[in-house]
Design a protein around this ligand. Structure first.
Ligand code: ADP
Ligand code: MG
Length: 594
């Protein structure tokens, strides 16, 4: 096959494909350039979802004639000089390929006037060719105009979605940038109509409220971690305000919106797992300001991913801070903004001393270097043992819950399902099954931790068959089941035998419970060992509690007093609430006694 050397034009078009896949990438790159040019105000105008026109105007530093001419050359950048510079990058851009890529696939012009100069320059080009620079008037800053995107790459054009889809992608991307940079004012127009407008503020919550709505913002809790080398500012929903999807989950690293890395998704799952139902999601915005040498931003063509050198510490601190807030202010109605405490100091063993960042003045950086966060829930299956699990449990106990006194007055059962209790000036209505599940779950964990799991031996071992896929799951997890006191042996082809199981599960059809657990594990094949362990325990507890069971008053009293000793009395292990609280105060208000 003969080899051809590609023309510069073709090379640029190919390169453009990496940076500019759709109009939203153009908007993002141009807005990032405005931010890098220290603009305090950025306006985006689009027509036909950016397919006809994208215009980004800023009041930033502008360019002189020489820089303007260089700006659309490939790999022309004012932001780095060499590869080493990447390790202390403070700007959004650094590859010097956005303008050349965008120009290669559009009718492109840039009007710019450098700060302090009396007039400016205008560059125009067509598909990256016929570049022409002429003097022009205009205010300080830069206006970049992109028309007829992909006019010369029909394949790319065909690949675009409907206007409404492309437009909503642009809007979401622009919203992310606006959330990440509250100190900059942003405006957006589509077909000359305002899409949104957010004026600059020093208060992130105000910006969150402007972009994501007052209703969402007003329920957020806030936690800050301050450290000389890293700062976290986290806004998150509590138990009561979980959402039906993951739409409101944002991560900003040094003001750059990035995707959630896998470890963060896992971390949030762990932190919220016991506080919200399994089909609900938290809303959360995490702002991380960190020494650039501690991250790698150069791992993704559109810079949407960041790699942290010390993921474990990040994981630990985010987990701890959220879990702590969710659990310590245990009752849903209490809404508290927690202040930074000693406890929240981040373990950052190897971060450099020269930490500087754009928004330093917003943080009161502290000098202490306390190490608090032990690795919490990173699990190494190879090292699995009950001891490891006991550690996780020990950590959970650190989180205090709302306190109760000995004086628990159980008033009775209503509607066959709810238990009415009085304690410390509050009336509680407990969901009997959720409460029983919680008690059983914590008893199970505690017996494992203290290696005092009480077993019941079956006089005649139960034998059962299971589907081939179920059998594979069971075989792969047989050691885990055994460690958790569910003793199973293989007994022929797709057939198993149970000899004993934990006494606390009571008189149950253990075969049914095992099958439920197996299908739960099958549904989530990628679950790590620790998640599987938890699944088994939670599922066993849930399935062992039968709805409609009649319970004696003495049993109810015992269960409630056990529940009040639990670490998380107010949610069942699957995150549903166990109780509804009415305080004496509320009653008095209702009856107008106060
Ligand atoms: P990068 O942002 O990676 O440096 P770009 O192709 O996006 O690469 O931009 C090239 C250069 O053009 C930038 O480094 C900057 O010097 C200049 N530039 C681009 N847009 C602007 C702007 N809005 N204001 C000032 N300078 C700009
Ligand atoms: Mg750029």
């Amino acid at each position: 096959m003969p080899i051809n050397i590609l023309s510069q034009e073709t090379i640029n078009k190919i390169a453009a494909g990496e940076v500019v896949e759709r109009p939203l990438n153009v908007v993002k790159e141009l807005v990032e350039n405005s931010l890098d040019a220290f603009a305090s105000s950025v306006t985006v105008e689009i027509e036909k979802a950016g397919k006809n026109l994208i215009r980004v105007s800023d009041n930033g530093c502008g360019m002189d004639k020489k820089d303007l001419e260089l700006s659309i050359l490939r790999h022309a950048t004012s932001k780095i000089e060499n590869f080493e510079d990447l390790s202390h990058i403070h700007t959004m851009g650094f590859r010097g390929e956005a303008l050349s890529s965008i120009a290669a696939v559009s009718t492109f012009d840039v009007k710019t006037r450098k700060k302090g100069e009396s007039s400016g320059w205008k560059l125009s080009s067509n598909g990256g060719k016929n570049v022409n620079v002429v003097p022009c008037s205009g205010s300080e800053g830069t206006i970049t105009e992109v028309r007829d995107l992909f006019f010369n790459v029909p394949a790319r054009q065909k690949f675009l979605k409907s206007d409404s889809t492309e437009r909503s992608r642009i809007i979401s991307s622009f919203e992310e940038i606006a959330l990440a940079n509250p100190e900059i004012s942003f405006k957006m127009f589509s077909e000359n109509k305002t899409v949104f407008s957010a004026s600059k503020t020093n208060n992130k919550l105000e910006r969150i409220s402007d972009i994501l709505g007052k209703d969402f913002a007003k329920n957020l809790k806030r936690a800050e971690v301050e450290h000389p080398k890293v700062a976290l500012d986290i806004y998150f929903t509590g138990r009561d305000n979980s959402l039906v999807n993951k739409k409101y989950q944002y991560l900003f690293v040094n003001s750059r919106p990035v995707n959630y890395p896998k470890w963060l998704t896992h971390c949030l799952y762990q932190a919220y797992r016991e506080s919200i139902p399994h089909d609900r999601y938290p809303g959360i915005l995490i702002y991380i300001t960190i020494d650039p040498s501690e991250i790698d931003v150069n791992i993704h063509p559109t810079k949407k991913e960041v790699k942290f050198a010390d993921e474990q510490s990040m994981y630990d601190i985010i987990y701890k801070i959220i879990k702590n807030t969710l659990v310590s202010h245990s009752y849903p109605e209490i809404k508290i903004n927690i202040e930074p405490t000693e406890d929240m100091t981040l373990k950052t063993p190897h971060i450099l001393n020269n930490f500087t960042h754009q928004h330093k003045e917003n943080y009161s950086l502290r000098k202490d270097d306390n190490v608090v966060a032990e690795p919490i829930s990173k699990y190494n299956p190879k090292n699995y043992s009950i001891d490891k699990y006991a550690n996780v449990f020990a950590r959970q106990q650190e989180f205090v819950s709302e306190s109760f006194d000995e004086n628990i007055k159980v008033l009775g059962q209503i509607f066959g399902t709810y238990i009415v209790v009085e304690n410390k000036g509050n009336l509680y209505i407990f969901d009997q099954h959720a409460a029983a599940e919680r008690v059983r779950y914590e008893t199970y964990l505690s017996q494992i931790k203290t290696q005092s799991l009480k077993m019941q031996q079956l006089l005649i071992p139960e034998t059962f068959d299971i589907s081939p896929s179920g059998a594979a799951v069971l075989k792969a997890n047989i050691a885990l089941f055994n460690e958790l006191g569910i003793i199973i042996e293989e007994f022929g082809h797709n057939s198993f035998r149970i000899t004993s199981y934990p006494a606390l599960l009571g008189n149950v059809t253990i075969e049914q419970i095992i099958k439920t657990i197996v299908s739960d594990i099958e549904d989530d094949k990628n679950a790590e060992m620790k998640e599987r362990t938890d699944k088994i325990i939670r599922c066993a507890c849930r399935s062992s509690i039968k709805a409609g069971d009649s319970v004696s008053f003495i049993e109810i009293k015992k269960m409630i007093s056990d529940l009040f000793k639990c670490n998380h009395p107010f949610t069942c292990p699957h995150g549903r609430p166990t109780a509804y609280k009415i305080s004496l105060n509320e009653l008095e208000k209702f009856f107008k006694r106060k």
